[in-house]
Design a protein. Structure first.
Length: 402
């Protein structure tokens, strides 16, 4: 038994993060979810994002029907956004991390909340994946999935018998990255991919609304399957095609340019939009330019840059130009919520920046990761049918709550 799992893990080492099940609808489905703050400290949030990035780049490789869009709420836990997903019939509820950077869905991360799959649901295969900061393996099962009013029949998910690297209260992952990312996650059929149901939802897209947190957890996220929630954004949505540059092209990857105030940081590069990354990552040379321009000092305790009150007052906008539109991260959007400093191992009264160093130079792997700190200021649309990502401003783009 043990050797089987070890073998499975070895095989899965090339498969990355986990893919969620969705259903076809003719109209959209929206789900609320909440973001959870980690209690493991700020330093670990940086390490977690950087480790995730390294896993993403290393691992890049190559049903039912519904009529309406579904909204689902998500809890913002600071490190992750967590959504309630029903597994089986009748549905048993699990708290799953919303992850656009992986495509396997699985449960069983919390040993205090095990999932016991019916024998008839076992497919005979094993599923596993290695993430930046954790991994899982266990039998693959074919079960019905329920997210809000969305039901997906016969979705193949993992029932973990081994998992680590996940916070208490998290049961697993809802992986909603491109289907190709599931390749290598099944054993013995390593070449198989797992249909995620993404192509079954109406319009073949989903949309994400995150908001800055002032408490932990805070039920302030919403995921819409098969539609766009007009109440969650302002102005129009700018769409940009999935980048052709690898490895970002294998994820929800886009091209963008970056500037800070009047300082050019990146004329054009590729990276990803990722709900599974907490902060905003820049390639090492780009990060250096940002650090110099802001005057931030690296804080050993948290791994984040800190700035003084005076430097904060003088911060410029960090601008991501996507599809010809400028998306400005205001000074307030560039700092960690000050009321939540202790949640990341920080001290009260200190100002921490949320832009981190990915640790590899630009033009090498990914130049940037637009994680939760970005998505809390801009609405995002993940359009599978048209291979594009949409970004729009929101009522929180210029919020001062941080
Ligand atoms: C759910 O999503 C729809 C779009 O399909 C939207 O019109 C509606 O306002 C959303 N409901 C809530 C409660 O946000
Ligand atoms: C959000 O978190 C609260 C408090 O832990 C919990 O009661 C609730 O069920 C969660 N909701 C979702 C959608 O995860």
């Amino acid at each position: 038994m043990l050797s089987l799992y070890l073998l499975t893990l070895a095989i899965c080492a090339v498969a990355v993060v986990a893919s969620p099940p969705v259903v076809r609808r003719n109209s959209p489905i929206t789900l609320p979810f909440a973001k959870v703050i980690s209690t493991t400290g700020t330093r670990s949030i940086v390490e977690r994002d950087r480790t995730r990035y390294n896993a993403l780049r290393a691992q890049a490789k190559t049903t039912t029907s519904q009529d309406q869009a579904t909204n689902a709420s998500a809890n913002n836990t600071l490190v992750s956004y967590v959504i309630n997903v029903g597994v089986g019939s009748p549905p048993e509820l699990f708290n799953l991390i919303i992850d656009t950077g992986s495509s396997n869905t699985w449960v069983g991360a919390d040993i205090t909340h095990p999932y016991v799959p019916p024998f008839s649901s076992l497919t005979g295969e094993t599923m596993g994946a290695v993430y930046g900061s954790g991994q899982f393996s266990g039998p693959a099962v074919k079960v019905d999935i329920t997210i809000g009013s969305l039901q997906v029949s016969d979705q193949i998910i993992g029932s973990a018998v081994e998992a680590f690297g996940f916070n208490d209260g998290v049961d697993g992952i809802l992986g909603i990255g491109p289907t190709g990312l599931t390749k290598g996650s099944l054993f013995p059929d390593e070449s198989a991919t797992i249909p995620t149901g993404n192509n079954l939802i109406p319009e073949h897209l989903f949309a994400v609304s995150f908001e800055p947190a002032t408490s932990n957890p805070e039920l302030n996220g919403e995921l819409t399957f098969g539609g766009i929630d007009d109440s969650k954004f302002t102005g129009s949505i700018t769409y940009t095609p999935i980048t052709s540059t690898s490895p970002a092209s294998q994820y929800w990857g886009i091209d963008q340019s970056i500037s800070y105030g009047t300082t050019a940081i990146l004329s054009q590069g590729s990276g990803i939009v990722d709900t599974g990354t907490s902060l905003i990552g820049l390639a090492s040379d780009l990060f250096s330019v940002y650090q110099t321009a802001t005057g931030g000092i690296l804080d050993p305790a948290t791994g984040l840059l800190t700035v003084t009150e005076e430097q904060y007052a003088n911060l410029g906008d960090l601008t991501f130009t996507i599809g010809g539109t400028d998306f400005d991260l205001t000074p307030n959007a560039q700092i960690w919520p000050r009321s939540l400093n202790s949640a990341i191992g920080g001290e009260s009264g200190i100002i921490y920046l949320v832009v981190i160093n990915l640790g590899t130079p630009s033009g090498f792997d990914m130049d940037f990761i637009n994680g939760q700190a970005f998505l809390e200021r801009f609405y995002s649309v993940f359009d599978t049918a048209n291979s594009q990502v949409g970004i729009a401003t929101t009522p929180f783009t210029n919020a001062e709550t941080n």
